[in-house]
Design a protein around this ligand. Sequence first.
Ligand SMILES: O=C(O)CCC(=O)C(=O)O
Length: 258
Amino acid sequence: MALAKDVHVHQLKMDERRGFVHFNATDIGIEPAVTKISSLCHSWKDDPSRGDSEKAKAKGFLINLLKPEDLFSVPEVLDVVFDDHIFGAVTEYLGQIPQLVTVQAWHSIPNNTAIRSQLYHYDHRDTRQAKVFINLNDIDDRTGPLHFLPANKSELIETKLGYSQADYTDEQVYSCCSPDEVLKTVGPKGDAFLVDTARCLHYGSRGNERERFMLMFCFARVNCVKDGKCEVLDPVRDRLANEFYADNPVRAFALKKR
Ligand SMILES: O=C(O)CCC(=O)C(=O)O
């Protein structure tokens, strides 16, 4: 199901019941930064020094193009991540100043696999988290969009099937709901989705016929159950905090590892 936008004014708020909000970069004034990041990603995809980490190779359909040093040379990335509207909505939803867990620029490539994150799953860092997905190219059904079920629908499915840290098959999920109830992050470049992937069953990058570019970043509660690693952020967290946010203790707090 394609989605109508939820945000038409300079305001962003997560829907508590449904566990997501849909907005556009233009609504909150980050469109120029998104355009710059988008055009860089289109050039980075042919750079052999990018996207070839062990993890990327293992997960061939979904490649991260971003490197730690890009966060210094392309300050627009952190401008978007720490945009007041987004950071405010996440802080309100999580009920505390969050920790930035990961930031990546995704390139999902044409494929016909259905494995790992291409199958329905929850993220298991905590009982709630907030992941932002910003389309860096126009995304349609042939571009492997993220598919997800709102949190209230996912809860019904969980009640019927039981909670699992493993993947769910489509057959299992569609035995509890109609495929028509599934939402997709289709939309033009700049369309964006803030989704609680701990509460919303989801999958993506499945059956791409066209390549997909997406900026993805994730916030969690500082005392989250399962800490994570981020190959982009972890080597430079303190340097970023000192260089960009020496006068901004809230952002610095969100960046530094506890
Ligand atoms: O959109 C995708 O390729 C998968 C996203 C996903 O599973 C996740 O962010 O947890």
